[in-house]
Ligand binder design. Structure first.
Ligand SMILES: [Zn+2]
Length: 415
């Protein structure tokens, strides 16, 4: 955040103004210099000067004139001649985002205008070692970046999301119970192979950032992101800043205790939120309801998927509905706690469980109405996350993009 020295030096001030204009170009492109002056409060001369630098380093470019008049331009006729519109320059370079999940390694590559230019996924064998996973990451990155490098596009940065607790200040993976790894210096290992800025972070934290970055709210962009799948993860994001805690991680919301007399969690604790509101809990409820002879058309409750339960619930299958309602009530209870603690503007439900959003969201909202403070829950949005399968990968792209957008002077200086 802003430096607290009495006055910012010229370079820092210019970086702030550049970052501001870059952000406005991203959010409003195609946008003219005159419009940027109006949006930023900077003088037209200052905007012209900064834009010249941004054009020089190719972070922005002048957009081709539209073939016919753009209806959006009608909103600002008083500016006069709209001038040449600006947009982020897709050829500035590309961003890589890798996810090391349970059973797969995936990659997305995007240009600087955030258009996806490559996508790869490979499955991993259960119990794969860290070395195996890193070899796959290397192979995927080479396969995706080779063609782009031949076009002369530099790698601007790479994010690696992993299903575990990561100290983002050091890039060390502290604990990944579902992958069986502990205390792995992931960032250092990757830096030996790749000549680009690399960040390693928890996948659900990245997903939270991506949700905020790609779907911003202009007024009060304060998001609680809850991802429910095999476990529950998430992140708290205020104005595109991920809350990272004193040791570089936070958002381990799946392990808040909600049922002290309940079941043991994979983390060793008793009654964590994910023991009652994750995929495993959902399937357990289905089995329990079956044992209670709840009516259902589902044939085999031992082999269920969320998709099967959603399909059955939408066909009014009573067992499927009740199992989802139980998960929904527990999700609602935990979300009400998070709302009371953080007072967010919105809550996004992601992960595989969000496939059942049509059934879950009304139950969650009902529980929140009952449990969250009236003033805190007023006008809060509780909705499905924008990305499901790609959420962590999109979050990795957001992380790298945001770093460049906030420190454009580093690119000017060629650091
Ligand atoms: Zn736990």
């Amino acid at each position: 955040m802003a430096n607290r020295r009495p006055a910012l030096n010229h370079t820092a001030m210019r970086n702030l103004n550049m970052a501001l204009l870059l952000r406005l170009v991203r959010l409003h492109a195609p946008v003219s210099r005159a419009e940027l002056a109006g949006l930023s409060g900077l003088t037209k001369a200052a905007v012209s000067s900064i834009v010249r630098d941004l054009l020089d380093v190719r972070l922005v470019r002048e957009a081709a004139a539209p073939a016919c008049s753009d209806p959006d331009d009608a909103a600002a006729p008083e500016i006069g001649r709209p001038g040449i519109d600006l947009e982020l320059n897709p050829t500035a370079g590309y961003l890589l985002s890798v996810e090391i999940g349970v059973g797969y390694v995936s990659l997305l590559a995007a240009d600087f205008a955030l258009q996806i230019v490559a996508r790869r996924t490979v499955e991993t064998t259960p119990g794969a070692s860290l070395d195996d996973a890193l070899a796959l990451v290397t192979a995927l990155v080479k396969s995706a970046s080779g063609p782009l490098a031949r076009e002369g596009r530099p790698v601007l940065g790479m994010a690696v999301g992993v299903a575990g607790v990561v100290d983002t200040t050091t890039g060390v993976l502290l604990f990944a119970p579902n992958l069986g790894w502990r205390d792995a210096p992931l960032q250092d290992r990757l830096r030996r192979t790749f000549d680009a800025p690399i960040v390693v972070a928890n996948e659900a934290n990245l997903a939270a950032l991506g949700e905020s970055y790609f779907h911003p709210r202009p007024e009060n962009n304060f998001l609680v992101y809850v991802s429910s799948g095999i476990g529950i993860g998430g992140g708290i994001v205020l104005h595109d800043e991920l809350l990272t805690g004193a040791r570089g991680f936070t958002g381990e919301i799946g392990h808040m205790t909600v049922d002290p007399g309940g079941l043991q969690c994979a983390c060793g604790n008793i009654g964590c939120w994910e023991t009652v509101a994750s995929e495993r809990a959902l399937f357990r409820y289905a089995r329990e309801l079956r044992a209670e002879r709840y009516p259902t058309r589902l044939k085999d409750v031992e082999r269920l998927s969320i998709e099967m339960l959603v399909e059955a619930a939408l066909a009014r299958d009573r067992l499927a509905l009740e199992a989802l309602h139980r998960v929904g009530r527990w999700l609602g209870l935990g979300i009400a706690n998070l709302i009371n603690i953080y007072g967010p503007q919105r809550v996004a439900l992601g992960g595989p469980m969000a496939l059942a959003h049509e059934v879950l969201l009304p139950v969650i909202r009902g529980e929140v109405r009952r449990r969250a403070f009236p003033g805190v829950q007023d006008s809060i949005e509780i909705e499905r996350a924008a990305y499901l399968g790609d959420a962590a990968l999109m979050g990795g792209l957001a992380y790298v993009h945001k770093q460049i957008m906030e420190q454009p002077m580093r690119w000017i200086a060629g650091e």
